[in-house]
Design a protein around this ligand. Structure first.
Ligand SMILES: Nc1ncnc2c1ncn2[C@@H]1O[C@H](COP(=O)(O)OP(=O)(O)O)[C@@H](O)[C@H]1O
Ligand SMILES: [Mg+2]
Length: 266
């Protein structure tokens, strides 16, 4: 989907029913953000389901967390931690109407009491700093294309690990050796653990092979879109980052529940 700007409006065009779900999620998330004081979500101004148009309040002066990491901005780690806290609050409070409950693929479904409504594409390109106000802003409440754009409900580990995988995959090819993915992901998970109950993170290890499979799939999808000459460098740097991602996850598999338990003060 493309976002275009018309004055103070940010407009998305797409499939009507999908935009309707995105609009409903965005409106609820806006309220959660305001009530928690942790993050901001742009207001929905108008939905025209028939024409497939969704208008949001346009925020000027946004920098994605991804761009801040590339720029080695001093505020980065603090913001990654805040993003983790914000996600935990979303998982705790977001409730969509039953007719908008679409499940993730079965491997990403928990025993029913542990499933939550998800963001669906929680990635460092969809979480921003609003420079004028200093607030964290969460955009793009439509599920990622790789999981089919419709799911709204499933394991909270999907959003948590999707974010982690995007941090590692986002390493610019020329900066893989200085890309501090581990530190950023640590900060993000620490934030999540601070705001979430330990119970919700005690099955971390079950999902590691699943996120690795998704990560590989995503890397190949993106590699195919590269110019032929750039593809080898991209694949090489992504293989290097994938090994680091795998190693990082193994560390959490060994220590995860303990780290989360300690950090959440339980
Ligand atoms: N409300 C908004 N105000 C300002 N810019 C926005 C807004 N919504 C989206 N954008 C810009 O458009 C980009 C794409 O929007 P996003 O909702 O992430 O759609 P997509 O599904 O295309 O990823 C964002 O990264 C951001 O730069
Ligand atoms: Mg996006």
């Amino acid at each position: 989907m493309l976002t275009e700007y018309i004055g103070n409006i940010a407009r998305k065009k797409g499939v009507g029913p999908l935009l309707a779900i995105e609009a409903a999620k965005t409106k609820l998330a806006h309220k959660i953000g305001q009530a928690s004081g942790l993050f901001y979500v742009p207001k929905v101004l108008n939905l025209d389901e028939e024409r497939g148009v969704l208008d949001f309040e346009r925020l000027r002066g946004l920098s994605t967390l991804y761009q801040l990491a590339i720029d080695k901005d001093a505020r980065s780690l603090e913001l990654y931690e805040k993003a983790g806290q914000a996600l935990a609050v979303v998982h705790e409070r977001l409730v969509l109407p039953d007719e908008m409950k679409y499940e993730l693929p079965s491997e990403w479904m928990n025993s029913s009491d542990e499933n939550v409504f998800i963001h669906g594409d929680f990635a460092c390109v969809n979480v921003c700093l609003h420079e004028p106000s200093g607030q964290l802003v969460i955009l793009d409440w439509s599920a990622a294309p790789l999981i089919g754009r419709t799911p709204t409900f499933g394991s909270p580990y999907f959003d948590v690990l999707w974010f982690a995988s995007c941090v590692f995959r986002g390493a610019p090819s020329k900066k893989v050796f200085s890309w501090n993915a581990e530190e950023m992901t640590d900060a993000f998970l620490r934030g999540y653990a601070k705001a979430a109950s330990d119970k919700k993170l005690n099955r971390f290890s079950d999902y590691l092979p699943k996120i690795c499979r998704l990560q590989r799939k995503m890397i190949w999808c993106l590699a195919r879109r590269k110019y032929p000459l750039r593809a080898p460098v991209y694949i090489f740097s992504q293989m290097f980052m994938f090994i680091r991602f795998h190693r990082f996850l193994r560390k959490y598999r060994r220590q995860g529940s303990r780290i989360f338990a300690k950090d959440s003060g339980q």
